[in-house]
Write a protein that binds this ligand. Structure first.
Ligand SMILES: Cc1cc2nc3c(=O)[nH]c(=O)nc-3n(C[C@H](O)[C@H](O)[C@H](O)COP(=O)(O)OP(=O)(O)OC[C@H]3O[C@@H](n4cnc5c(N)ncnc54)[C@H](O)[C@@H]3O)c2cc1C
Length: 421
């Protein structure tokens, strides 16, 4: 008998691990604490706006190869939409002007030599200075590696790193910023096309993954929270789900794909990130104006990115901890004023109100991407040979992203697949 692999946590890391393992012919059981899969990347029906929305706007890039392979495997790659070329439109909310960055497809960045494609008011040498981020950076902050000032920083580097690292960039780990730059700007426009799950995160990334897993014979147990693990000297011996205990024998193994704080509570002595940053999203039920780009970068306001969805306009504010306790109504109004100014939608509807809205504040959206927290990320392997770790907080070399979560799940699957050889 080849043994059973228990995957704990049905976020994207757990789904990716289960998919790879079942594809390798392993018997897999997936356990999820809540009533739904998807974790921090999911859709739900929201009464305030009267429609299904995502917990947060999620952006992928065409260079996110693990995420795209995952979508290919579950048959939904065509549900991601984005422009044909790598284009990003920005609006400066203070000055009122706008521009569109247009990267060329190849690795050689011809776009930086073309005033009509690059960031306004920047010079070629500003871009060359950015290359300093690509040097080895272990332990350094972004603010120690590059000058965090000037038009290139304010109009491109800051919005890019704030979105990718979910932290005020100067405080962020330069190692993670370096990985982001290498896999985006450094890889050329071909890797930088923005992609959005237009019909929603769950129908694009989560439900089809569950369906595929069921087709492959994976047992899926929702509302099945792992309470404790029984540890032997070299192997984990049992998984305690409260009402029942699963004893692990022979080649049985587990992937622990829960958030960092849940893993730290389950595995004694596990060093894991223990500081987090919030992301705030505002959703407004209103049709985006014709011609609005699928996503619009906003500078010098509360609003950072504005996304156009069918019948809805949604806003993302990364590193949004300072808005966690702000009164919801006032926050929604301030954000709506900025959206109206940026998109040309009316600041007030005829009845004086703003469109139906919802504010979603995810307090522990990602680990805080500082050098100190980055240094606390464990690898996939543990000292128990039948226990692997997965999750966006493990040491993927990337910030906490869908791409990192999926790569971590793939690594855990590869490690356990090798346990019998
Ligand atoms: C608002 C927001 C916006 C974001 N925007 C982007 C973006 O634009 N682009 C991007 O790439 N990434 C983005 N991210 C990050 C991305 O969502 C995460 O990196 C990714 O979803 C993490 O997946 P995961 O599987 O590692 O963890 P999780 O999604 O946290 O999954 C862990 C799962 O484990 C379950 N669990 C916990 N404890 C137990 C237990 N004891 N037993 C069983 N199950 C358990 C949880 O319920 C959960 O389902 C965003 C995140 C948020 C919150």
């Amino acid at each position: 008998m080849s043994g059973t692999i228990h995957v704990i946590g049905a976020g994207l890391a757990g789904l990716a691990a289960a998919l790879k393992l079942s594809g390798n012919g392993e018997r897999v059981v997936l356990h999820e604490a809540t009533a739904f899969a998807g974790g921090r990347c999911r859709s739900y029906y929201d009464n305030a706006v009267g429609m299904t929305i995502d917990n947060g706007n999620h952006l992928l890039l065409s260079g996110n190869h693990a995420a795209l392979d995952f979508l290919q495997a579950i048959g939904t790659a065509d549900r991601l939409v984005g422009p044909k070329e790598a284009e990003f439109t920005f609006v400066d909310l203070a000055a009122g002007n706008r521009w569109t960055l247009r990267f060329n497809r190849g690795r050689l960045p011809f776009w930086i030599f073309d005033r009509s494609r690059r960031v306004p008011d920047t010079r070629v040498r500003d871009y060359l200075a950015l290359a300093r981020l690509l040097l080895p950076q272990r332990g350094r902050k972004v603010g120690e590696a590059i000058a965090c000032e000037g038009p290139l920083y304010r109009r491109l580097v800051e919005p890019l790193l704030l979105a990718a690292l979910n932290i005020d960039p100067p405080e962020g780990a330069a190692r993670l910023a370096s990985a982001v730059i290498r896999e985006t700007l450094g890889a050329g426009g071909r890797a930088c096309r923005p992609l959005i799950a237009r019909e929603g995160l769950s129908v694009t990334l989560v439900e089809p993954a569950l369906a595929r897993l069921e087709d492959c014979g994976v047992e899926i147990w929702l509302e099945h929270q792992l309470r404790a693990i029984r540890f032997g000297a070299e192997r984990i011996e049992a998984l305690d789900f409260g009402k029942e205990t699963v004893v692990l024998t022979g080649d049985d193994a587990a992937v622990l794909a829960v958030p960092a704080y849940a893993a730290a509570a389950l595995v004694p002595g596990l060093q894991a990130p223990n500081e987090f940053r919030a992301i705030v999203n505002a959703h407004f039920r209103i049709a985006p104006p014709a011609g609005m780009p699928p996503m619009l970068g906003a500078l010098n306001g509360l609003t950072q990115w504005i996304f156009a969805f069918p019948g809805r306009v949604s806003v993302t504010i990364s590193a949004g901890d300072s808005h966690l306790d702000a009164p919801r109504e006032a926050l929604a109004r301030s954000i709506w004023n900025e959206v109206a100014a940026a998109t040309g939608l009316p600041a007030e509807l005829p009845n004086g109100a703003i469109p139906p809205w919802q504010i979603v504040r995810e307090r522990r959206a990602t680990f805080a991407a500082t050098p100190a927290q980055d240094a606390r990320r464990p690898g996939t392997r543990t000292r128990w040979r039948n226990l692997a770790l997965a999750g966006d907080w493990t040491n993927t070399g990337l910030p906490a992203t869908i791409e990192g979560a999926i790569r971590s799940g793939n690594s855990a699957a590869a490690l356990l697949a090798a346990r019998k050889t």
